[in-house]
Design a protein around this ligand. Structure first.
Ligand code: 5AD
Ligand code: SF4
Length: 429
């Protein structure tokens, strides 16, 4: 019996790619183990979106060197976005690495374990939308489903178009088939994955795809990430409003409240365009939760631009955000722009953004106290282990005390009794 261990960094796309790698390994007779020490093959699924993520991986890779010395038979593969970007350079820098496999070449993993093969797989893979891989999923209530790969937007700060290639959509029929199969296996929720789901182009457009998925009986909830504000159409807003299974939550990265900075970022919308969409979303779907991403300290961002972001946070009142210091990524336009800012300015602006948003998030969560929410139970709350954990349709985590009448996969009504910043507590009603 052979064993594998996968360490995953980065976004949901990467987490799902790891499920595919696990699927390939399992179908070749491998089983998962809990640590690198016990593995025959060790895979790092890496992220290069910010320098911090990259550093974390390289220090892990350094640590594993002594293990490889003790166990030269251990195969080490580097996958994900750093693999794509660095290619052979990873092996030159760290000769204890055996294989480098970019995100468009996950299927090469089979060749690696079944035959003597090349060691670097980073070619552009135009057929990626047609490849159906076995998937070993981590969860059995919620499932991720790729609907498209890659990105054409070239936001000036972003590495993704370089690592995941051009935008390609999967045929709607394969997506539907995958979700029908998930429904048969008992899954209740799907999250459709793509760098920019609004520009999905199959036999139907994205709202059309949602309509088709909405018909699959056993699936109770449909979510999707990520939406680009420039492509958020009226039809999509109506689909969220009208399709009963599409959840009332949208992740709509703003990045900056300054239209000048947005132009430098090549985001193709102004703050005025953005707020118009937000107003429309709130008008059509009053209960909608809106979350976002913000970058602090982009090149040439002045105090005034930063204040525009602060004003935007106050005006939109996001349910929650992810905020990051700008991190120059080699090869992107923003990394060589004039006006790079020192780290202390970026840190101060980031702190101010997070402090303000924490207050807004707490206030919003407090407002839910006493309300009745529909919660899909996902599993046991890892922190307390005497509670179930689930989510509202608006994607807020809710914990409820164990009750023998409910089980993961059930949708129940919960009265919210306690609000925290990152989760809510409630009683079954
Ligand atoms: N520096 C900081 N944040 C970045 N993001 C993407 N690239 C960078 C970068 N170079 C953030 C954006 C994006 C999220 C996934 O990561 O906010 O929406
Ligand atoms: Fe995901 Fe982007 Fe990181 Fe790649 S670089 S793993 S696409 S967040």
């Amino acid at each position: 019996m052979k064993h594998y261990y996968i360490e995953t960094f980065g976004c949901q796309m990467n987490v799902h790619d790891s499920e595919k790698m696990a699927g390939i390994l399992k179908s070749e007779g491998y089983t998962a183990v809990g640590s690198a020490e016990d593995a025959d093959i060790l895979i790092f699924n890496t992220c290069s979106i910010r320098q911090k993520a990259e550093q974390k991986f390289f220090s892990e890779l350094g640590r594993i060197k002594s293990l490889k010395k003790r166990r030269p038979d251990l195969k080490i593969a580097v996958a994900g976005c750093i693999a794509q970007q660095e290619g052979i350079k990873i092996i030159e820098r760290a000769p204890h690495v055996d294989y480098v496999v970019g995100p468009q070449n996950i299927s090469a993993l089979k060749d690696i374990i079944t035959s003597q093969s090349d060691s670097v797989f980073t070619d552009d893979n135009l057929a990626i939308t047609e490849i159906e891989l076995p998937i070993e999923r981590r969860d059995n209530v919620r499932a991720w489903v790729n609907i498209m790969y890659g990105c054409n937007n070239f936001c000036s700060y972003c590495i993704v178009p370089y690592t995941r290639g051009r935008e390609r959509s999967r045929a709607s029929q394969s997506i539907i088939n995958e979700i029908k199969d998930l429904a048969e296996k008992g899954y209740k929720e799907v999250t459709l994955l793509g760098q920019n789901v609004n520009s999905y182009k199959g036999n139907v457009d994205f709202p059309g795809l949602l309509k088709e998925i909405n018909k699959i009986e056993e699936i109770k909830r449909i979510r999707f990430v990520t939406s680009h504000p420039k492509d958020l159409s009226d039809e999509l807003i109506y689909a969220i409003r009208d399709l009963d299974k599409v959840c009332e939550h949208i992740h709509l990265p703003l990045q900056s409240g300054s239209s000048k900075v947005l132009a430098l970022m090549n985001r193709k919308y102004t703050y005025a365009d953005y707020i118009k969409k937000i107003e429309q979303l709130k008008r059509e779907i009053p209960e909608i939760a809106i979350t976002s991403d913000i970058i602090a300290g982009f090149p040439q961002e002045t105090d005034e631009d930063h204040n525009d972001t602060i004003k935007a946070l106050k005006e939109v009142e996001f349910d929650s955000i992810f905020a990051f210091k700008f991190s120059p990524r080699p090869g992107t336009k923003a990394s060589t722009m004039d006006g790079q800012l020192p780290d202390d300015i970026k840190s101060n602006r980031l702190s101010e953004i997070l402090e303000l948003q924490n207050k807004i998030t707490e206030r919003k969560n407090n407002g839910l106290k006493g309300t009745i929410q529909e919660v899909l139970i996902e599993g046991v709350d890892e922190k307390t282990s005497n509670k179930f954990s689930g989510r509202t349709r608006t994607n807020k985590v809710v914990n409820v005390l164990f009750d023998s009448t409910i089980k993961p996969g059930d949708t129940i009504k919960v009265k919210i009794t306690t609000a925290r910043r990152h989760s809510l507590e409630g009683e079954i009603v």
